[in-house]
Design a protein around this ligand. Structure first.
Ligand SMILES: C=C(O[C@@H]1C=C(C(=O)O)C=C[C@H]1O)C(=O)O
Length: 256
């Protein structure tokens, strides 16, 4: 039988099933964004602070300014969105939309985009883009931003996952939160079987979405726009662990 709390979750559109479905749909966005970024080579001047004197680096310039425009248009009114440079944002000039507010206010503010930014530039990019320079730095930075936003949304979705898990079994979570027991919380919110399915599915999606398609025969069979094993590695090494880190950080603040 549904409890009052799970009815509330249903009304607001967040249940463990619905958050897992949202994570599955977000895989598509991440994989398409990886494919789009892989269209360009590394294009290192995009990230070089000495490339142009008028801004820090081209990628920072594009990200800060695009976020600023999107903030004004209301993007960050949605609690699922988290900016990379919150310190530079103007307030929204758009009318309010009644987004469901299910997150605990103390915990809703978690933002680990600085770590995501560093991981993306230092570890992930070199693993899936070709070496080289074709001069398309602004287009490259725009692709970086779309991909960074998709990865960030997925990782910060951990707040919603944590909230629905907490509401489903507060009696299990509360003692661990009171004891501020990170390890205990991490064990309780981990479902290894789900993680294995996620890793297998993203590898398969990357091989379906990113395969080269010939007009008649599949002469290019086995050639992919982004190596499917890199997508699985991205999830295993960063996306899943960082989503779980957000969940733990959220829960630690859940009773505050
Ligand atoms: C997101 C969840 O929490 C954890 C993190 C997962 C992930 O990031 O894909 C998967 C399973 C859990 O270990 C979940 O339970 O669905």
């Amino acid at each position: 039988m549904a409890t009052a709390d799970s009815n509330t979750d249903l009304r607001n559109g967040y249940t463990i099933m619905s958050v897992r479905e949202a994570l599955i749909r977000q895989e598509d966005t991440i994989i398409f964004s990886l494919i789009e970024r892989a269209k360009f080579p590394i294009n290192s001047p995009t990230y070089d602070k000495s490339y142009a004197s008028s801004f820090d680096s081209l990628v920072e310039f594009i990200v800060k300014n695009t976020e600023s425009i999107q903030a004004k248009a209301g993007r960050y009114k949605n609690p699922e969105e988290n900016p990379f440079f919150p310190e530079y944002l103007p307030s929204s000039a758009a009318p309010n939309y009644p987004f469901p507010q299910i997150l605990h206010p103390e915990a809703a503010l978690i933002n680990i985009n600085k770590s995501i930014w560093k991981m993306y530039l230092e570890e992930l990019l070199p693993k899936f883009v070709a070496p080289g320079d074709d001069g398309n730095y602004a287009q490259t930075a725009a692709c970086d931003l779309s991909l960074l936003q998709a990865i960030s949304r997925r990782i910060h979705y951990g707040k919603f996952v944590a909230e629905v898990k907490f509401r489903e079994s507060p009696q299990e979570y509360e003692p661990l939160i009171r004891a501020q027991d990170r390890e205990g919380l991490m064990n309780l919110l981990t479902f290894e079987r789900v993680e294995e399915m996620v890793k297998k599915r993203v590898e398969k999606k990357a091989s379906v979405f990113g395969q080269e398609v010939g007009p008649v025969h599949d002469e290019n069979q086995g050639k992919y726009k982004v190596d499917p094993s890199v997508v699985s590695l991205l999830y295993e090494k960063w996306v899943i662990p960082l989503t779980k880190l957000v969940q733990v950080e959220y829960l630690l603040r859940r009773l505050g």
